[in-house]
Design a protein. Sequence first.
Length: 281
Amino acid sequence: MAKVIAGVGTSHVPAIGAAVDHNKTQDAYWKPIFDGMEPAKQWIKEAKPDVCIIVYNDHASAFSLDTIPTFAIGVADEFQPADEGYGPRKVPVVKGHSELAWHITESLILDEFDMTIVNNMPVDHGLTVPLSVMYGQPEAWPCQVIPVCVNVIQYPQPTANRCYQLGKAIRKAVESFPKDLKVAVLGTGGLSHQLQGERAGLINSEYDEKWLDDLVAKPEELKHVTHTEYLRETGSEGIEAIMWFVMRGALDQDVELIHRFTRAPASNSNYGLLVLENKKD
Ligand code: DHB
Ligand code: FE
């Protein structure tokens, strides 16, 4: 049977992708951030998930304001890196797992999560930067990927609780797939950042640190935090962090903290990275 082995949370700051692509990871600005990722890279080298379900938001690359799915799942065999204005990142094509993706889609929809099914979509920094964070610059990505998109761009966004419940339903779906596969769930985005308006540049490290404590130890309480609180405390783009709840919902209540790292600023964000495993029996 397939199994969810772990969850990873990581910001998907596009400048991190640019630092990798332009060999700047050892520059003074970036080195502490890339050093902080190293334990997660070592961990995934050993854990070797066959499939990563990457929960991210599309930043007007595959979808525009014409069509805004609340939750979407990519079922294709492959996904091309998106052109976000500077040409596509020169990273490997993202290989899907169509069979598992369709199985998860069926299970989710029968569980009353009305997913939008996507056969064709370019994947932007929201998805490719987390792959670079975890795997660096390989010839081919070492895992297959199932993209899950959440609308955090346009009001009204789903609640953190709904994201958490989606994570639980994804775990149930994965663990009813008859083939032996190791699956990791990655929640991306955040932490506090605001890219526009009067408070552009806002970072609230104190709030983020407590939020990370609670996401690990008491997600059932944290999931009730409102959109208004995210907006006020973590900025207009800080709400991306609700996507980490999909990852957290896919894990047990009690988890083992493998790695936690934060650093501010990384571009305009408080960079956060979390690796969690279910406790072994
Ligand atoms: C930044 C972070 C994001 O999540 C994003 O989508 C774009 C920019 C930033 O920190 O600059
Ligand atoms: Fe983003």
